[in-house]
Design a protein around this ligand. Structure first.
Ligand code: NDP
Length: 284
């Protein structure tokens, strides 16, 4: 029997409420096992009034960092020493890196989306239709703008929220952005190369639902992406594929944002396939 050099694991995890159903732990721990890294990722149920104590506790215990999900993505910002530029623009932090006792806030949601999208297309110079204006849409719109998209068209059920996001992009980046009202069977404007469903439509268990657009205005070769990770092949993506579009699923976004988190915390590039199959098993 050999004696391990150390019994002290590097700690990472998730602060959220609720956390019990968050599956990120499965893919991150699969990556740690695959790479033989002595690290743990722990889901922590943290109530809003306990967030500050949890953050201070993570620093005190020498955690490498943690993800934040609802309801902490904005609330965590006052407890951080530094916030990355894109996270500032998005106004939310979903990944905190603890380095030499300093807390640095990042937003990896939109970056994970862009990495996943790039498997099919570089958004630079593209006209992009974004459905939705919530947290995921905001992160995606900001990263699309930073990646050099030519124009963003934001379409949201709540029109004011859609216009607010378009205005943020216009005011804070050099990219043109407009909002359009979401009427019945919304027709995709001409010259759109990429469409993103950044709403929660189609999320399990509502798997037959899809965004109300005129699917006859999709054209072959368009890249159509969904943020919904479960199920990975949404009704939206199926309808787009039936019209010859290239589909990018939400599992890719979820996996790639975790890859970026692991790089920040542990300093290595985790195996995407190992993480994707850990999640796919859960969602199958
Ligand atoms: P928010 O609650 O912040 O936003 C929800 C968005 O969906 C809003 O734009 C809302 O419109 C729209 N919406 C909801 N229901 C409808 C409907 N019936 N018709 C039209 N629009 C609708 O949520 P998030 O942005 O945080 O999350 C959105 C989805 O993204 C979730 O399903 C989540 O699972 C997924 N997600 C995936 C990630 C990944 O890595 N794959 C990462 C983060 C999120 P309105 O403003 O009008 O209410």
């Amino acid at each position: 029997m050999t004696t391990p050099e150390s019994f002290l694991s590097q700690l990472t995890g998730l602060f959220a409420s609720p956390t019990a159903e968050n599956p990120t732990v499965a893919m991150i721990e699969a990556a740690y096992r695959h790479h033989g890294i002595d690290a743990r990722y722990i889901n922590c149920e943290v109530a809003p009034q306990d967030l500050e104590a949890a953050v201070r506790g993570a620093v005190a215990m020498g955690w490498a960092g943690f993800n934040c999900s609802l309801p902490h993505k904005q609330a965590v910002i006052p407890y951080l020493d530094e916030v990355a530029d894109s996270a500032k623009l998005i106004g939310a932090v979903n990944c905190v890196v603890i380095r030499d006792g300093r807390l640095i806030g990042e937003n990896t949601d939109g970056q994970g989306f862009i990495t996943s999208l790039r498997q099919a297309i570089d958004p630079q110079g593209q006209k992009v239709l974004v459905l939705g204006a919530g947290g995921a849409a905001r992160a995606i719109a900001v990263e699309l703008a930073l990646a050099g998209a030519a124009q963003l068209i934001i379409v949201n059920r709540n029109a004011q929220r859609g216009e607010d996001l378009a205005q943020l992009i216009r005011d804070r980046t050099s990219v043109d952005a407009i909002s359009m009202p979401w009427g019945a069977q919304f027709a995709v404007p001409q010259h759109v190369g990429i469409i993103v469903n950044a709403t929660s439509i189609g999320l399990f268990p509502n798997v037959t639902e899809k965004p109300d657009i005129d699917y006859d205005t999709l054209t072959a070769g368009m890249v159509v992406a969904d943020v919904i990770p479960n199920p990975p092949r949404t009704a939206f993506l199926k309808a787009a594929e039936a019209r010859g579009c290239v589909a990018i699923d939400g599992l890719g976004m979820l996996v790639n944002q975790a890859v970026i988190g692991i790089r920040h915390w542990n300093g290595f590039n985790a195996n995407v396939d190992v993480m994707r199959s850990a999640l796919s098993e859960l969602f199958s």
